[in-house]
Design a protein around this ligand. Structure first.
Ligand SMILES: Cc1cc2nc3c(=O)[nH]c(=O)nc-3n(C[C@H](O)[C@H](O)[C@H](O)COP(=O)(O)OP(=O)(O)OC[C@H]3O[C@@H](n4cnc5c(N)ncnc54)[C@H](O)[C@@H]3O)c2cc1C
Length: 288
């Protein structure tokens, strides 16, 4: 199991800033996200309010942030974290590859989740609703499953599921829907609700009909913070954090869009810096 002093979830400006400060203060870091960084950086055409970098494009800012990480010898672990467990003396994190990681402190910099939860999703999570295809595919071998995905980045998981499931009902929520063929049936319905007609069946209700499956996999680029770590206090979809970016869970800090508006790069980067300094302080108090 990979271990670090501080685990950081998110490769946007908040997570990157937190990683840089934590490394500068001599802490080992596990930074989870994508090598391509946050799409909210790369998709920005022109950024006009980042101090010292007038009119920089999102692509150039991303390149500069990557260079900074490389210079600090911070690598990105390309994993979507699907669950976090507070172990009392630290945190265990599960990745979408089903690998486990551990850290003494945790910084959540996962941005905001763009979509609301489906009716029934929260109640059935862990029992026929899953966020991790790699972890849970074997449990639904030779049975029909449904997959809802908000980006083409998840298509690898859909193909993986098709190797074990009887049928995959796939609901891509983006333009340019793929055509896989085989046992992957691509639908253009809009998912609405998940219900449980009996103990081993989950029924996905859409705007056009319903699909009885063994499990509904919901694959989003980001997972709501209180789904990652259910003890976290949230308000209006944001993690509640104080001025030192401390959450209600000891050793867990939050920064960036995930803590609330305004949604801005410099606010995210500033909070990332504070979260890292607070995590360093927390670790030094633990050592005393
Ligand atoms: C098109 C566009 C233009 C913008 N222009 C400006 C601007 O000009 N000026 C400005 O100040 N702001 C601008 N913003 C807002 C700015 O992008 C955000 O405020 C900022 O990116 C927030 O940074 P963050 O690090 O908190 O989150 P994000 O940038 O959203 O990064 C979060 C990262 O965490 C990753 N992640 C989430 N969950 C997990 C998980 N479970 N496991 C692993 N990784 C995970 C995500 O994939 C993402 O990469 C713009 C936004 C957009 C969309």
């Amino acid at each position: 199991m990979d271990k670090a002093d501080i685990a950081i979830i998110g490769t946007g400006p908040a997570g990157i800033s937190a990683a840089i400060t934590a490394a500068q203060r001599g802490k080992s870091v596990l930074l989870f996200g994508r090598a391509g960084l946050s799409q909210k950086i790369t998709k920005a055409e022109k950024i006009r309010n980042y101090p010292g970098l007038p009119d920089i494009s999102g692509a150039d800012l991303a390149a500069a942030l990557k260079r900074h990480l490389e210079r600090m010898e911070i690598s990105i672990t390309e994993e979507k974290i699907t669950a976090v467990y507070d172990m009392g003396k630290g945190f265990a994190l599960q990745g979408s590859s089903s690998a486990m990681y551990s850290a003494a402190a945790l910084i959540i910099a996962a941005g905001v989740v763009p979509s609301a939860l489906y009716a029934g999703e929260k109640e059935l999570l862990g029992t026929g609703v899953s966020y991790c295809a790699t972890c849970d595919a074997p449990l639904h071998r030779d049975r029909p499953v449904a997959v809802i995905a908000d980006s083409p980045e998840e298509e690898g998981e859909v193909k993986y599921l098709s190797q074990t499931a009887q049928t995959v009902h796939f609901f891509p929520l983006y333009k340019d829907k793929p055509d896989f063929g085989g046992n992957i049936l691509v639908h253009d319905d809009i998912p609405k609700e998940i219900i449980s007609p009996d103990i081993s069946t989950r029924r996905l209700m859409t705007d056009k009909g319903s699909y009885d499956v063994s499990c509904v996999f919901i694959l989003r680029r980001a997972i709501a913070a209180d789904r990652l770590l259910p003890q976290l206090e949230t308000k209006d979809g944001h993690i509640v954090a104080d001025r030192l970016m401390r959450t209600n869970v000891g050793g867990c800090f939050a920064c960036g869009d995930v803590t609330g508006r305004p949604y801005q790069y410099i606010k995210a980067a500033g909070e990332g810096n504070i979260a890292a300094l607070s995590a360093v302080e927390y670790l030094s108090q633990k050592e005393e």
